[in-house]
Write a protein that binds this ligand. Structure first.
Ligand code: NDP
Ligand code: 2IT
Length: 446
């Protein structure tokens, strides 16, 4: 089987030579699903995998804007419309200086399988820009968002392509993007998700990715007659996903001991309680400060410049920052220190060698496309509410989110069980793949 995979990957690499993250994401899926493809001549004849790795459409555009000093700035904007077999393109926008075509293609590819797992009718896409919101004024962010949407608006729509947030794109950015879309399209419609509550947003959407990652961890632990209650958890990042992961861990009775950002990690051996978490939320979301400030505010805590949280002993780890933030050594350190559950809030946070370490150690390892699917699933619920011109209660949305995470877990178990062990990587990839592949066959060669 590995020869077939290598031959397939050689073509993907030759065609997309400068996109290592895309190769990484594709290889992981192809390794899982090649046995299914080889066993089903229909998939082979229809060249399903070959079609899946080719985006349906790639948009790349200039985003010019004027900064507060009156200087003209130019960024590069993208939207990858990856696969619309089961529904309109759906996926977030990332604003970060590291954004390039390959990173967005890896994210769009992951999104296709993730969205398939949500049980909802949503295809996959991703977009963004190499714009760095750090240190920019509100007005600069607004002007950038307006310029970005001035091009993007002609390509998206509530039944075509529905962007949302990701790194660097939260409620503030969605507001500016929505305002500009509405002005240009002359239409008030659910074209973005993650909107404010007063203008079509859904309750629980801000919380959904983090809550979902904890629900998924709890499902994985339940298969081992265990729970997060009383467990020590490490969380990386300090943005949207990290914050609501911590909130749900605390609610269940776990202890959160770390947060981080791209500069370093804070460690609070006594545990980050809900008051301290509220302080972090205010620091990050209102004052847009850095996580190191935590150690000035709270005594008996540590800041480790340039470090990620994985050297801290824990039972459960929630990587919630970015791709490849757990390398092979981090994975070994986690396992050696007794970590036995990893639930990925971030997209592809573990390197392939790190994943091998987790699988070899037979820990409960939930890959991002399953564990963090609660965010996009709740975006799907926001779309349903917009389509019905209705607003569901917190309980209604959270109940549906929880049910979807349980169902994703069930599908992973169905397709990933190997004796007593559950290989969630295989389970998620195969379950996500079959639905898309069968749909592509039903719809013909398009
Ligand atoms: P935010 O922008 O709210 O927060 C991102 C956090 O990650 C920040 O603390 C940031 O630190 C840190 N981070 C970002 N890039 C890097 C980097 N290169 N190295 C180290 N730290 C970094 O984003 P989200 O919380 O929304 O997203 C976090 C992850 O979750 C991403 O992988 C995203 O794709 C994924 N995700 C998000 C969903 C959502 O609904 N928002 C849904 C599913 C997955 P700093 O401030 O220093 O940049
Ligand atoms: O990676 C992701 O799933 C997201 N950033 C959320 C996408 C969405 O459309 O809500």
């Amino acid at each position: 089987m590995s020869k077939v995979v290598d031959a397939f990957m050689a073509d993907v690499i030759a065609k997309n030579s400068t996109e290592p993250e895309f190769h990484q994401a594709v290889r992981e899926v192809v390794e899982s699903v090649m046995p299914v493809v080889e066993a089903n001549p229909v998939y082979k004849q229809a060249k399903i995998l070959e079609r899946m790795v080719e985006p349906e459409r790639v948009l790349m555009f200039r985003v010019p804007w004027v900064d507060d000093k009156g200087q003209v700035q130019v960024n590069r904007g993208f939207r990858i419309e990856m696969n619309s077999a089961i529904g309109p393109y759906k996926g977030g926008l990332r604003f970060h200086p590291s954004v390039n075509l390959g990173i967005l293609k890896f994210l769009a590819f992951e999104q296709v399988f993730k969205n398939s797992l949500t049980t909802l009718p949503i295809g996959g896409g991703k977009g963004g820009a190499d714009f760095d919101p750090k240190g920019k004024s509100d007005m600069e962010v607004m002007r950038f968002c307006q310029s970005f949407m001035s091009e993007l608006f002609r390509h998206i729509g509530p039944n075509t392509d529905i962007p949302a947030g990701d790194i660097g794109v939260g409620g503030r950015e969605i507001g500016y993007l929505f305002g500009q879309y509405k002005k240009l399209a002359n239409e008030f419609t659910g074209v973005l998700t993650g909107k404010g509550l007063d203008w079509g947003g859904s309750l629980i959407r801000p919380e959904a990715t983090g809550y979902g990652a904890v629900y998924f961890a709890e499902e994985m632990l339940n298969t081992r007659n265990d729970s997060i209650k009383g467990k020590t958890c490490t969380v990386s990042g300090s943005g949207n996903v990290a914050q609501y992961t911590a909130e749900k861990v605390l609610e269940i009775g776990g202890k959160v001991v770390t947060f981080s950002d791209s500069n370093g990690t804070i460690v609070d051996p006594g545990g980050i309680d809900s008051e301290k978490l509220a302080w972090i939320m205010e620091l990050k979301n209102e004052r847009r400060g850095r996580i190191r400030e935590y150690t000035d505010k709270f005594k008996g805590t540590e800041y480790h410049e340039g470090k990620r949280p994985w050297f801290i002993k824990c039972d459960v780890a929630f990587p919630s920052a970015t791709q490849n933030e757990i390398d092979v050594n981090d994975a070994k350190t986690l396992v050696d220190n007794g970590c036995y559950c990893v639930s990925e809030g971030a997209n592809m946070p573990t390197s392939p060698e790190g994943v091998e370490v987790f699988l070899a150690a037979k820990i409960a390892y939930g890959p991002g496309k399953a564990a963090n699917a609660g965010g996009v699933a709740t975006s799907g619920l926001e779309m349903s509410q917009n389509a019905m011109h209705l607003h569901w209660s917190r309980e209604e949305v959270d109940g549906r989110l929880h049910g979807i995470m349980k169902e994703i877990h069930r599908m992973c178990v169905e397709h990933g069980r190997d004796g007593d062990f559950i290989d969630y990587v295989k389970g998620a990839n195969v379950a996500g793949f079959i639905k898309i592949a069968d749909t592509m066959i039903a719809q013909g060669v398009v």
